[in-house]
Every structure is written in structure tokens, then in C-alpha cells.
Unconditional design. Sequence first.
Length: 342
Amino acid sequence: MNIYRSTLHTLHVPPHEFYDGALIPPYESAARADIIDAALLAAGYTDEHAIEPVSRAALERIHRPDYLDYLASIYPAWCAAGGAIEAVLPSTLAVRWMQHRSTNPLALAGYYTFDLSAPIVAGTWIASLDAASMAATAAHAALAGTLLSYARCRPPGHHAGSDMCGGYCYLNNAALAADILSQRGPVAVLDIDIHHGNGTQQIFADRADVLFVSLHGHPDVCYPYFMGFADEHGVAAGKGATLNIPLAFGCDDATYLRHIDVALAAIRAHGATALVLSAGFDTYAGDPLGGFALTSQCYTEIGSRCRALDIPIVVIQEGGYALTALGDNVVALLDGLTGRSR
Ligand SMILES: [Zn+2]
């Protein structure tokens, strides 16, 4: 199994986020990556491979050019315009009937952001590009014959849409990998983070060749609230290539695995030639941003059922905030994917 990780993510350390009205330290922290790295090492998952910089052309296939320019340039522009040096975090969001575009950096932040949990600091762009490069390199390795890769992306990506950041996400790593893999044939993205992968769904909504399947907390009670319902099936040519499986809070291993089988059946029916696994671990019992009750063993079982698809798999790290269990849970999933028993 190829492993992709680096230390450039440490350039992305936002000072705070707003969470249900409170200004708090971000749950999405550099410590998460350190914990995962230590667990990979201890478990013997050490087959590290070099990361190739992702091309602008590959990014432009899933993100709008003006959004990429925004991410690359907003921090200094924001500071020069009088924004707080701590982070780019808008005061106003361009929602529904207020969408007149502005060139003022203080306004642009609200145009390209859908919530208050994706602050941009000086190193966010470099860290995001690095995470995207891991995903792209892993996808190219899969095209070249590698059966299994794990990209320890940070920041995560599944909430980032074609032209919006939010939910700790800036560039959509999983969408990038899926788009690259789609050169070879139909592809599936299976999103197992507890939060719906709204960005990935939006990016592929009108594409028939990329099936997006997500198991997540029901949006009636779970972030991101406004998307992820079971009646969203895709649009235009992509109709039928989106499958949302919203689940009630409290979901246990048995219930979850029953729905994983539904997801895998859809992936088989799609004729997927490769799988991108958007791997969030905030479904774990006791995750501070979660609501499900999965055990570590469940991740091994998920991995093992995905392995039975018998197609190349690229695992992209998404969420997971129960820090004491995060490392073990990542290893548990990888054990299932590799068929390794301990
Ligand atoms: Zn999440």
C-alpha cells in the first residue's frame, strides 16, 4: 500500500472557528495528522512515496479558475484591505438573494465561503495544494497499477465545492482523485465521513461517469444541514449517479454495515473501475463532532468489504476528531483494506 503524507500541512493552523455561535479552537488541527502518522509508523504502514505537484489544469477540471486564484491570493489581499491578520473569515456570506460579486477582498471572502469553519491563514494555500497533490499522485499511481493508496490529506476536502470553501475544506482532494481516475472508466466515490460530502456531490452532480455515494448523519440534525437528503439523485446527465444514505444519530456497527452493503451494491452496479474512499472517522462513538456509535472494528469491516470490490482503491483522509482513537481507527480501516489481521 502506497502512503502519501508530508509536513507542509503544519503551515495551515487556523486560530479559531465559529461552532454553533461559539468562537472556539478549531477541531481540525495539525495534531490530527501527527497522531495518524505515528499510528501508521507503529502499525508498519511505512511504504511512503514521493508527492508530485498537482497541475493547475487538473485542479481546473473540478474547481473554477477564479476560486483557485482567490485561494492563492486572498490572505495578503485581505490583510492589506484591513482584515484581521489572524485569518480570513468573512463577516457576510453571499447567500440566496445577495450574490452581487465584489472585488473588495473583505467581500470576496463571503462570496467564496459557505460557513465560518474554513478560516484562511498565510499557509492555507500551500498546505491545501500539498494535500491535493497527495490525492492526485495517489490517483496517478492507481492508473499505473497500484491497487491501494492512502493519502493522509490535511486540510481535508469533501466539503469544498467547485467555487466554495467551508467545513475545514478548501480543495476537494477526493474529487480531484476521482476525476483523474475517471480517465480510465467509470469511478465511484464512497464518502464515509459522518458529514455529508456536499462539495464532492456538487462537483459531480451532472456527471454520469462518477458515482457519488455517501453515508452520513441525517442533515435534519447534522452538518452541513442543507444537502445530503435521500431525494438528491444528481442533475442532467448525472441523474442517478448520486446516492445519499442519511442515517439517524446513534447508528451502530450493524446498522452502518447494512447500509455499506447497499452502497457497495450501487458501486458494483455502476461498473466502477476504481474507488475513492473519502475516509472520515467522525462516525466513531464519542467523536466531538459526531453522533454515531461505531467501534474501531467497524472500520476494519468497512475496509474488508471495500476490498472485496477487487478494484484499485485510493483512500483520502477526511475528518475524525476523537484524537485518542483516530490513529487506531485509520489503522483499523487500512487493515481491512489490506486484509491484514493483528
Ligand atoms: Zn466530518
